[in-house]
Design a protein around this ligand. Structure first.
Ligand code: BG6
Length: 502
């Protein structure tokens, strides 16, 4: 996190190895982010980028490919002029330090070449970014360890960045952690959850802990319930085979949605350092009540999209998806946090693909005013107050209040106090990975998941995975709708309803 410093220094010289250099992640996010860091002076000539993958490409062709990635992504976002997207002088400097290693991730010769490349760049510091398929996470790390490439000295760091999915359940996540911790220290491991790279997610901590007013009502005396939504309009796109064996629960809940829950529900950390922040997050996710299988079924809804308006295909018609698939593309959960602050306050979580709106938002619903003193106003006509924290695409915070509509009659109306990022800040284009890459190079682990953060997340979703394996049904919703009726019933049972999407 680029913390309250008036000036932020360029990261120390680093050789960054991109394992899986031809993959989607490098193309869509890592390369544009690295370029943005260079543009903003947060990395300088000390950065060497080395692609590692099995395809044969020359250094020059690899550099040209990376340049095209940046241009392509910027054009998708609406930029036109290539010289505006990439400053030719800057690219000239960057390109001199881009190189490539053709190698198989399972071949010791690849790691020998990595060692030689570190010697050649002369930086000593090395960052190994595993932008590979998850099946290589253990293998690459073990081989880096065997080759002695993870040994640090006081002058040179060695860090490994691991993407998600980190395991597919509690047991596999524990096994992966054991493997990583068998070859290096926790301080060398950077487990990415890209939600933590989002400004609006980082801002939850700042809003809560740098404004004195919130703490007074941030508890079960005043908060009725919390809704956390990550709604997407896209379907599974080209990721059918990955998604079909993963599903919405594994894909979004133990990682992204629990990050949001932790930011809202954690206790104030003693300091804004990695240990204190991650310790509090681990505690609160660890306090999520472990359900029995019966309770897990009762408190969850899973659903799959069918074909919808505008000829959108159903999930089972998507490429590389089993036509009989029972994989969920939507999940809604009610979870409870067993600690003093939150006992009795349900957290309702929902996420899904092909929904009516793209909308990631946290809605904190406050308890109703206890008594309606106003003439002819019944308590059940007073609306509860909501604090809405917009993560994307609406970035900001909004407070719903009741106000008197001007005029002789006493009529209440819902009004909004709001803060939208776009009204206050000029944002330079960014992918969200800039901060994460910068933090990794500067050795700040605050925005990365520690082993216990990951395992507590999986521990909390394991009862749902276990219960679904044995029973329960998969509901449906038409592509383009707000979700299945069953998800509305989950809240209606408690006398509550979801905030509309969008
Ligand atoms: C990824 C999931 O981790 O997050 C995707 O694998 C999902 O399925 C994506 O679409 C959502 O990220 P964002 O930043 O668009 O909310």
């Amino acid at each position: 996190m680029i913390r309250g410093k008036s000036k932020v220094d360029a990261a120390p010289a680093t050789t960054l190895f991109l394992f899986g250099a031809h993959g989607d992640l490098v193309k869509r996010l890592l390369m544009p982010a690295l370029y943005n860091l260079r543009r903003d002076g947060l990395v300088d000539n000390g950065l060497h980028i080395v692609g590692v993958d099995h395809n044969e490409v020359s250094d020059a062709d690899f550099a040209a490919k990376l340049k095209n990635f940046i241009i392509e992504q910027a054009k998708i976002k609406g930029s036109e002029d290539e010289d505006q997207i990439i400053d030719p002088a800057l690219w000239e400097k960057l390109t001199k330090r881009i190189s490539y290693i053709t190698g198989d991730f399972t071949d010791p010769a690849t790691y020998k070449a990595v060692e030689e490349r570190i010697a050649k760049t002369g930086t000593g510091n090395a960052m190994f970014y595993l932008a590979t398929s998850p099946r290589f996470f253990s293998e690459v790390t073990e081989r880096l360890g065997e080759a002695g490439l993870l040994k640090e000295t006081p002058e040179a760091f060695r860090r490994v960045v691991i993407e998600k999915p980190f395991g597919s359940d509690l047991a596999t996540a524990q096994a992966l952690n054991a493997c990583l911790l068998g070859v290096m220290k926790e301080t060398q491991i950077y487990r990415i959850d890209h939600y933590l790279g989002k400004e609006t997610v980082q801002n939850i901590l700042i809003s809560r802990f740098s404004n004195g007013i919130f703490e007074a009502f941030w508890n079960n005396h005043y908060i009725d319930h919390v809704q956390i939504t990550a709604a997407e309009t896209v379907g599974v796109e080209t990721r059918g085979s990955f998604y079909d064996s993963t599903g919405a629960l594994r894909d979004m809940v133990p990682n992204h949605l629990f990050q949001l829950l932790a930011m809202v529900a954690m206790e104030p950390p003693a300091a804004f350092g990695a240990d204190a922040v991650r310790g509090e997050k681990a505690k609160v996710v660890g306090a999520i009540r472990p359900y029995s299988k019966a309770d897990a079924l009762k408190n969850s809804v899973r659903a799959q999209y069918t074909s919808g308006e505008g000829g959108k295909p159903g999930y089972r018609e998507e490429p590389k998806v089993d036509p009989e698939s029972k994989t969920e593309t939507y999940v809604a959960l009610k979870v409870l946090i067993d600690n003093w602050r939150w006992v009795g306050v349900p957290f309702y979580l929902r996420t899904g693909k092909r929904l009516s709106h793209r909308d990631t938002e946290i809605a904190i619903c406050f308890k109703q005013a206890p008594y309606a003193q106003f003439r002819d106003t019944e308590i059940d006509r007073l609306k509860p107050n909501y604090l809405k924290i917009g993560i994307q695409p609406n970035e900001g915070m909004w407070f719903d209040l009741q106000a008197k509509r001007p005029g002789p009659a006493l009529i209440m109306e819902n009004v909004e106090l709001g803060f939208a990022y776009k009204d206050f800040f000029q944002m330079t284009p960014s992918t969200g990975y800039e901060t994460l890459l910068y933090d990794c190079m500067t050795g700040d682990q605050t925005l990365f998941q520690r082993a216990d953060n990951i395992e507590n997340g999986w521990r909390a979703v394991q009862p749902f995975l276990d219960a679904w394996k044995e029973g329960g049904s998969v509901a449906t919703y038409a592509a383009g709708e707000e979700g299945p009726e069953e998800a509305d019933e989950l809240l209606a049972r408690d006398g509550r309803s979801w905030q509309p999407l969008g």
